[in-house]
Design a protein around this ligand. Structure first.
Ligand SMILES: Cc1cc2nc3c(=O)[nH]c(=O)nc-3n(C[C@H](O)[C@H](O)[C@H](O)COP(=O)(O)O)c2cc1C
Length: 240
């Protein structure tokens, strides 16, 4: 209010009348509607790149989404998507067409991820020989279609989860490979938040498809979920 009055005074002092002042002011951008955007609801989606449905990667992502939701249960909606349920042809990323009759579930998944309400995406993969699974890579490669569609994933918050059968079996390299793909999409990559605060969630499957004893790993999973949610809410409060 005070700044508007000051600007009017300045323009009047500069010799401009009321009509000219109004014309100039009409070219100014409207003030952001802070109260509306601050209350925006956001969706955080977790994607499991394991070919085994409902196993350790899915379990870790479920914990991650619970931690994300806990940040603001009123505003945050979550969903777990398992690539094991889908047919994804990685070669299509290079423009190679499907064989006649072949099914491909990527278009529906892409539309879901590109929705403006989706503010955060967590991608989890088992560690396979030191890196992500071929299923996870096929999915990330197919996302080139979203990059070509005016960077439809830009400014969505990205986090990564890696689950291995060994405590240090390649989780960090797996995280970095997922994050590299996220950066190519102009996503905003975050790691696990405080107090662990490193490059993402690193989880250990004790060999019996059980991650419940991995106290440290589950800590990184929860800290990642919370961090993705916090940054997603901040991003939802600002213009894209
Ligand atoms: C082909 C293959 C390669 C694997 N390579 C590694 C590895 O390099 N490092 C590791 O820690 N675990 C490795 N594992 C174990 C899986 O990462 C581990 O069992 C994981 O929890 C599986 O995730 P899921 O339960 O979601 O399927 C490998 C498993 C398979 C099948």
């Amino acid at each position: 209010m005070a700044s508007k009055a000051n600007r009017r005074k300045f323009l009047q002092a500069a010799g401009m009348g009321v009509a000219a002042t109004a014309a100039i002011q009409s070219t100014l951008p409207a003030a952001p509607a802070e109260s509306t955007s601050a209350a925006r609801r956001v969706k955080i989606i977790a994607i499991s790149g394991s070919p085994r449905k409902g196993k350790t990667t899915a379990a870790a992502l479920t914990v991650c989404l619970e931690a994300a939701k806990a940040v603001d249960p009123e505003r945050i909606e979550t969903e777990l998507i398992e690539l094991a349920d889908m047919k994804l042809n990685g070669n299509m990323a290079a423009g190679i067409p499907l064989e006649p009759g072949q099914q491909d579930d990527f278009p529906a998944l892409a539309a879901k991820l590109a929705a403006p309400t989706v503010a955060g995406i967590v991608i989890g993969s088992p560690v396979y020989f030191g890196c992500m699974t071929s299923l996870c890579k096929a999915f990330l490669d197919r996302c080139i279609a979203l990059r070509m569609r005016k960077f439809a994933l830009a400014n969505k918050v990205g986090g990564a989860v890696a689950v291995g059968a060994v405590r240090n079996g390649g989780q960090e390299l797996t995280l970095q490979a997922i994050q590299a793909a996220m950066m190519c999409q102009e996503m905003i990559v975050v790691g696990d938040g405080r107090p662990t605060a490193h490059t993402g969630a690193t989880v250990w499957n004790n060999g019996k498809d059980d991650i419940s004893k991995d106290e440290f790993g589950l800590g990184t999973v929860k800290n990642l979920g919370r961090r993705v949610a916090e940054v997603a809410l901040k991003m939802a409060g600002s213009a894209k």
